[in-house]
Design a protein around this ligand. Structure first.
Ligand SMILES: [Zn+2]
Length: 212
């Protein structure tokens, strides 16, 4: 009897230790995937500079370029959210782009994800790449809300320029019917939209070549 309860205690202790070490390992892996740093400069709506002159490009979104509608608004909003603050960076499957910029989801000190806030308030549209999956659903939810409210850029970019568009389920871009890149989409990946709104509601981004 005594032995029995002794072994039970040992077993209980071993299982607890095993679980604890597993939890600790999870936490340490998680913290390795994060970085904290100070924002020293805002380049535009989706690009910032950190202490040490490192450039960060926000993952999964695209904000207006200098000569485009809502450029200043997007930049100011970004400034208000992060300039001079300590932010937390979280990463997806790919950490650097071809220009050696850090690709990240950026969080404010009070835990808001800037990428999502830009979308929700209509300062950006989704520009997903196949390797960016962590926040896809949350981003889509934010973009849907902006599209349905015609917030910010969606006041303009939902206006239709064609009677239909060709989308690629693989690349998450949509095209004018005559675009060569649209014509090259494999049948099994092809999806047809009859309004830009439909494409944006599914998280598709306009092609940079045919600019639908
Ligand atoms: Zn195109």
């Amino acid at each position: 009897m005594i032995y029995n309860s002794f072994f039970k205690k040992i077993l209980f202790l071993s299982i607890t230790l095993l679980l604890l070490s597993y939890i600790l390992r999870l936490i340490s892996v998680h913290s390795e995937e994060e970085e904290k740093s100070y924002v020293i400069k805002i380049i535009d709506g989706d690009t910032i500079k950190l202490k040490g002159n490192k450039t960060v490009r926000y993952l999964g979104i695209n904000t207006p370029e200098r000569d485009e509608y809502y450029y200043n608004e997007a930049k100011s909003f970004n400034k208000k959210m992060v300039e001079g603050k300590q932010v937390t960076l979280r990463f997806d499957a790919v950490k650097y782009d071809d220009y050696n910029r850090i690709l990240a989801y950026v969080y404010t000190p009070d835990g808001k994800c800037v990428n999502i806030e830009m979308l929700k308030n209509g300062y950006a549209f989704m520009y997903p790449h196949p390797f960016e999956t962590l926040l896809f659903n949350k981003m889509l939810e934010a973009q849907r809300s902006a599209v349905n409210n015609q917030a910010g850029i969606f006041k303009r970019i939902l206006k239709d320029t064609c009677s239909s568009y060709k989308g690629s389920k693989k690349g998450f871009r949509f095209h004018r019917p005559e675009c060569q890149w649209g014509k090259n989409i494999h049948k099994k990946n092809l999806v047809t939209f009859h309004a830009k709104k439909e494409a944006f509601l599914e998280g598709f981004a306009p092609c940079r070549r045919c600019n639908p």
